[in-house]
Design a protein around this ligand. Structure first.
Ligand code: CMC
Length: 426
């Protein structure tokens, strides 16, 4: 913290606004006192506004740096398991051996979902998008755990985090099985987190011995780690805003899933594959690029609000992508098309001048396709992984006093008018 101040002069009067330093990144000018001047600050899209103080994740978009609890993302993705990263996000540091064993055991104990939850699945049309199902069933968990959930109680909050992280793979796989008309597979607690998810996705009662290979399990775990948290992005901010009212945490996470669904955020990995379908083949790439340049369409999986040089998650994901494609010996024309698109975009001045690089979703979409995950499940997998981040932010918010989130606005509508009865209206 520093005792620097910024002076803002409005209508000839000076206002002293405190400047607060973080441990990394730009300092912030506290503007709350500024309302005495009769003004509000205006910042559509929160381009320069920090609504919270947080110790969980740090991003330096210019440097392409992403740290969780101080650890660089590439070190975490290449050396730690997703659940260790989830522990660090929640507790502030990576677990020691005993803490790891205890945390993993707690997660294993809670992978099952109440049998009555099946009925919620049955209420959806069989062709419902799995994200629509996830928004519904994760929200529905609030009905199962509402009674004994006192959010002022630290133990209750912690068990909520465990339950959510443990149940998300089960619910995600159930949403897929439902859309396929296949029976749900119960979790296998002898498998690790990623293995268990793949088992619940791809095993069937006729093939309960289904086992995936290590390259795929490791790639899946890395995809989870690389999507675990990303500081105050749209969905995390949604979870915090919903949580600031004291709402049930399961409902808050459902709100995060809804926000994640959009193609500008988590829906981008699905949109990448849809775009590849639309392009069709390598010969059509130049024509498609013309459409991008004339702003008819966006190149999905490229660009980022924060990373303007490179996305450090994309670098790890690209290596994993090469590993998976190599190990599976895949020769899919769509994957070739993706690689051709990547090459052209990295060299084309339109993209270079605007600092548009492939983001994590470009490569994760390709990997998920290669391992046989259907496109409609891509954002579901992102939501599964991001749950540890969302709940860490929710926990952080609840561990200290906080205010309900209530932004202001710049009103540009009609000024006061006299009411006119319907029969007299023109
Ligand atoms: N394709 C073509 N042009 C683009 C793209 C793109 N994907 N992204 C940005 N631009 C252009 C944009 O038109 C603008 O050009 P100009 O200055 O000439 O008008 C310039 O680049 C700056 O773009 P912006 O819209 O100001 O950038 P932003 O920070 O507001 O948007 C974004 C970031 C991620 C919404 C955007 O890049 C985008 O829509 N990308 C495609 C969707 C996508 O892949 N999203 C996943 C993000 S990673 C997962 C996550 O963390 O959620």
């Amino acid at each position: 913290m520093a005792d620097n101040q910024a002076t803002l002069t409005v209508d000839g009067k000076d206002y002293q606004l405190p400047i607060t330093e973080g441990t990394l990144g730009p300092s912030v000018i506290e503007v709350a006192a500024f309302q005495q001047a009769g003004y509000w600050t205006y910042d559509p899209g929160f381009m320069a506004t920090a609504p919270v103080e947080s110790k969980i994740t740090f991003i330096d978009g210019g440097k392409g740096e992403l740290l969780h609890r101080g650890y660089p993302i590439d070190q975490l993705a290449n050396n730690a398991e997703y659940l260790e990263v989830a522990y660090a996000l929640i507790h502030g540091d990576l677990p020691n051996a005993e803490q790891k064993a205890d945390f993993f055991e707690k997660i294993r104990k809670h992978t099952g979902v109440h049998d009555q939850l099946r009925k919620f699945f049955e209420g959806f049309r069989r062709d419902a998008h799995p994200m629509a199902i996830m928004v519904g069933v994760v929200g529905a968990l609030s009905a199962f755990y509402h009674e004994d959930l006192d959010i002022s109680n630290e133990e209750h909050r912690e068990i909520t985090a465990i339950r959510l992280i443990a149940k998300m793979p089960t619910l995600a796989a159930m949403s897929y099985k439902y859309s396929q008309g296949e029976p749900f597979m119960y979790p296998r607690n002898d498998f690790n987190y990623a293995e268990n998810f793949l088992y619940m996705m791809f095993a069937t009662p006729a093939d309960v011995d289904y086992k995936t290979n290590d390259v795929i399990t490791r790639a899946m775990d890395k995809i989870f780690t690389l999507h675990a948290d990303h500081e105050q992005n749209a969905s995390t901010s949604t979870v915090r805003l919903a949580g600031s009212t004291g709402a049930n945490p399961y409902a808050c996470i459902a709100a995060g899933i809804a926000a994640l669904w959009g193609p500008s955020h988590g829906g981008a990995n699905e949109a990448v594959l849809e775009m590849l379908d639309e392009i069709g083949s390598v010969e059509n790439v130049p024509e498609f690029m013309e459409k991008v340049k004339s702003r008819e369409v966006k190149l999905m999986g490229f660009g980022h609000r924060v990373y303007k040089n490179f996305d450090p998650r994309a670098q790890v994901m690209k290596e994993t992508c090469d590993e998976v494609l190599g190990a599976l010996g895949i020769n899919d024309p769509k994957l070739e098309l993706a690689m051709a698109l990547e090459k052209i975009a990295l060299e084309d001045s339109f993209f270079v001048e605007r600092n548009l690089y492939p983001n994590v979703d470009f490569y994760s979409g390709i990997i998920l396709k290669a391992i046989g995950i259907p496109t409609s499940m891509f954002t579901v997998i992102f939501s599964l992984a991001r749950t540890s981040g969302w709940i860490s932010h929710w926990l952080e918010m609840h561990s200290a006093p906080f205010k309900i989130g209530r932004p202001r606005q710049l009103y540009t509508g009609e000024t006061q008018r006299d009411f006119v009865k319907v029969e007299d209206r023109k």
